[in-house]
Design a protein around this ligand. Structure first.
Ligand SMILES: Cc1ncc(COP(=O)(O)O)c(C=O)c1O
Length: 382
């Protein structure tokens, strides 16, 4: 019964070039993936500062797990509310300049959980059409009236806000968009906010640690609530939400995906505090990442590719899904990995190569990537 449906959908997925079959990785070594004894230069990692593959952090984390144990063995509200988790949350709130912070097991759970908990039927929630799937999920669960506005188009947002002005409003967006790689015009959003009044929720998953002074992100002036993940520049796993103390209290009481799940262990909180210190000291990595990202963007444009991206995430437009996948596979044969991002991660017919740079990359890596891309692009056509 069900099997036929699943089988048919998988076949359709293959026919449309949308099939997902992730490469199997033996090991990671800094900017390289090891696959069947081959060393693959990785442009698909969110380890923007290199912390996720650093021995220094791994050793600190290992020590915390040794002393504090492997699991909290409980949800936060039962017997998992360890003092060290509360201290780490306070340290994160302080560092990023918010009243409070709340840790979640993952960024997906954070976005899906908080949006579902904070909004309900009758509320008006406006969202950038390119927000992450986790936020879309949260909005669907909330049952609020939802209104999409064109990507990063704040004039369109304003128009939509003016057209439906009854009831409480919220705006959901990202500061560095995960696929397009472009940056939210925070000052413009602040202007719209001063005219229209709304609760502003900004996902800074790809910005925290990297962008803004000391990696504090871009959106603090406009955001009431911000979401960060540990799994990207912060080199760990899990997520944190930065928010007013009263909303934290509300989520501890009403956010089901936070209440009914095993909390991150105390060892995670101790590790998170180490990460915060490392982030603060990472100016050199941030500067290098900025420089090589510009270098990559300019070189790609110079070679005639259609490129988007204001920082360390770049997207090269492929359009056709099959082309994107095939080019990615051909690059793999040349020992380079890059993600072919396809529908529904990006709109249909707008497949991209999503390039993420890390502070571990060098200009030489970028030159190699671009010459390999040039080679396989030609191969695709002839
Ligand atoms: C913008 C954005 N938000 C949230 C998430 C989810 O974070 P996590 O990987 O911690 O679940 C991602 C992950 O890809 C993301 O790109």
């Amino acid at each position: 019964m069900f099997a036929k449906r699943y089988h048919d959908r998988l076949n359709l997925q293959k026919e449309q070039g949308l099939y997902r079959d992730p490469i199997r990785i033996d090991q990671r070594n800094g900017k390289y993936l090891c696959i069947d004894s081959r060393r693959i230069l990785n442009f698909g990692s969110n380890d923007y500062l290199g912390l996720g593959s650093s021995q220094a952090l791994a050793q600190k984390v290992a020590r915390h797990f040794e002393t504090l144990g492997a699991s909290a063995s409980s949800s936060r509200l039962v017997s998992g509310n360890y003092r060290i988790i509360c201290q780490a949350e306070d340290a994160f709130a302080d560092y990023f300049g918010y009243q409070a912070a709340l840790f979640f097991p993952s960024g997906f759970q954070a976005n899906a959980g908080i949006l579902a908990a904070l909004f309900e039927k009758g509320d008006r929630v406006f969202f950038d059409k390119h927000i992450h799937a986790s936020s879309v999920n949260g909005l669907m669960l909330s049952r609020a009236h939802i209104y999409g506005y064109n990507h990063n188009n704040l004039a369109h947002l304003k128009k939509r806000l003016d057209a439906c002005a009854d009831g409480q409003a919220a705006v959901i967006t990202e500061s560095l968009f995960s696929m397009d790689g472009d940056v939210l015009p925070c000052d413009d959003l602040l202007t719209v906010k001063s005219q229209s009044q709304f609760l502003c929720v900004v996902d800074e998953a790809h910005a925290f640690g990297v962008l803004g002074e000391k990696g504090k992100g871009l959106a603090r002036p406009v955001a009431d609530i911000a979401i960060g993940t540990f799994g990207k520049a912060l080199g760990l796993f899990g997520a944190f939400v930065l928010l007013p103390a009263m909303i934290k209290e509300y989520l501890l009481n009403f956010c089901a995906p936070m209440i009914y799940t095993t909390t991150l262990p105390a060892a995670h909180a101790a590790s998170a505090m180490d990460v915060l210190e490392m982030i603060e000291k990472a100016d050199e990595q941030r500067r290098h990442l900025h420089d090589i990202s510009r270098y990559m963007a300019l070189k790609l444009v110079h070679q005639g590719f259609e490129v988007n991206g204001d920082a360390h995430v770049l997207s090269v437009l492929m359009g056709d899904e099959k082309k994107a996948r095939r080019i990615s596979r051909k690059l793999l044969e040349k020992n380079i990995y890059v993600l072919p991002a396809r529908y529904p991660t990006v709109p249909l017919g707008k497949a991209i190569l999503r390039i993420s740079l890390t502070a571990l990359h060098t200009k030489r890596d970028i030159d190699n990537f671009i010459s390999a891309l040039k080679d396989v692009e030609q191969f695709f056509y002839y």
